[in-house]
Design a protein around this ligand. Sequence first.
Ligand code: FAD
Length: 494
Amino acid sequence: MEDQSFPECQAQELFDEFVSASTCRAAMRSFSQLCEHLQLDPSTAERPLYRPIKRRLNYWRANGLWAKLDRRGAQEEYQRARACSDVTCVIIGAGPCGLRTAVELSFMGARVVLLEKRDTFSRNNVLHLWPFTIHDLRGLGAKKFYGRFCAGSIDHISIRQLQLVLLKVALLLGVEVHVNVEFKKLVEPAEDQHRHKLGWRMEVSPKNHPVSQLEFDVIIGADGRRNTLPGFRRKEFRGKLAIAITANFKNRNTTAEAKVEEISGVAFIFNQRFFQELRQETGIDLENIVYYKDDTHYFVMTAKKQSLLEKGVILQDFADTELLLSRGNVDQNALQAYAREAADFSTNHQLPALDFAMNHYGQPDVAMFDFTCMYASENAAMVRQRHGHQLLVTLVGDSLLEPFWPMGTGVARGFLAALDSAWMIRSWAQGAAPLDVLAERESLYRLLPQTTPENMQKNITLYSVDPTTRYMNTSPLTLLTWCQEQTCGYHGVN
Ligand code: FAD
C-alpha cells in the first residue's frame, strides 16, 4: 500500500505548480517539493520515477501525461525499463541534447545523473524542428507542459522552452538533475585509504558536492560546442566568411503581430529580387534570413562583411574573424539598428513595434556569431580503461557536431545523436564487445552530417532508439575497416 496517506489536494497543487513552472529553478523547486510530499527519493525510488508518483497522486489532470509516458515506455527496445538497469550514466549539460539523452536512458532504466553549471534557461533564440522532433516531443507530453507547443503548422520552439519541457520530462522519469554544478575533469579509478577499489569518478565545482563521490560506467558530453571531455580530436570545416546575426524582439501577441507572416528560410539563390531590393533601399546585404514568431519575434540572418562595414556595425576590417567580430570592433548600437532595419524590411514593415527583448544580462537581445569555421568531433565515442574499470565516453549535440543555425539542423541532428548514443549504451549494457559497440556508433555518426528529413525513414511514428527505424541505410562499418582508421577509440591500460 503506497498511497492514501498524502493530503491529495496539496499534492495536486504541487503537481500543477511543477507542470506550469516557467523557469528552471521553479521547476526544480516544485518537483523536489512534490517528491518530498509524496515521500519519494528520486535517487532510490523505482525507475521510471513517474510510476510511483502516479500511484501516489490520484489526479485526473495528470492522467493524460501518464498515458503518454506509459505509451512511450512500452517501446520494446526499453525492455520494460530493464535494458540498461545496471548502468550509471553521467551527462554533462542540460541543453536540449543532454536532456533528450537523459530521457532516453531513463526509459531504459539506467540511473542518470545530469550536471548543469547554470540554474537558468535564458536563450530566447528559436530552434527549427523537423517533423520527427515534433512527433517525438509530442509523444513525451510537450503540449501538457507548454500548451503552445507547435500549434498549427508551427515547427519551432525557443531554446529555453525546449529545455524546460525536457527538464520536466527528465525529472518525472527519475533523472537526478544537479544545477549549479560544473563538471571539471574525470578522476581515474584508484584505491581509497581503506583499500577499497573505486571506479571512475569526476571532479566538479563546487568541489565537495556529493556527486563527486559517484562512481559511473558511462559519461556523456552534452556541454555544447566547448566540449570539456578530453580525448576527442576535432575536425575543422573552414568555409567562406559567414557572419550570422540573431535578434529577438518583444512579442506582445497583438492581432497585428499575429498577421505577420513568418519566413522559414529565404536564401539569396531563391529570391534574388528580395535581397537586391533590401540592399538598394537599406544598404543591408544578406545571404539569407529566417523569421519565427515564438515567445519573441526571432530573426537569424547571414550578413555580408562589406555591408556591416559600410553600416558602421564592424569598425575596422581584419582578415582574422576573431579580431573582426571582437567586442571592441563592433558598434552595438549600429548592430541593433542593422538587425532592426533588416527585420522591418523583411516583414514588410508590418511588425508594429520592434523593441528588443532582453537577454540574460538585461541587454537588448541581439548578437553576432562567426560561422566561418565549424567544428565536428572526429569520433562519437571511446572506451577508456584503467585498473580493470572500463568507462564508455560519448558526445552528443553541439559537442559532437556544430550546427549552422540559419539552416536549423542543430536540434534534429542533436536528437538523432542522442538516440544513437543511447542505443550504443544499450548494447554496452547488454554485454556487447567494446569494439563492436564503438564500430556501430561510428558508422551511424558518419550518416549524421548528411541527414535531412527527406533522406530518413518516412514513417516517423515508428522512430525509436533503434537506428534502423530512423536511417535508411545502416549497414555497419566492418570492424576491420573501422579499426584500421582509428587511432584513439579504445584507450586500454590495465
Ligand atoms: P547547449 O544547448 O549548448 O547546452 C549545453 C549545456 O551545457 C548548457 O546548458 C551549459 O550551461 C552546460 N554546460 C557547459 N559546460 C558545462 C560543464 N562543464 N558542466 C556542466 N554543464 C555545462 N541554434 C540555432 O539553431 N539557432 C539559434 O539561433 C541558436 N542560438 C544559440 C545561441 C547561443 C547563445 C547558443 C550557446 C547556442 C545557440 N544555438 C542556436 C545552438 C543550439 O542552442 C544548440 O544546437 C542546441 O541547443 C543543442 O545543443 P546542446 O544541447 O548540444 O548544447
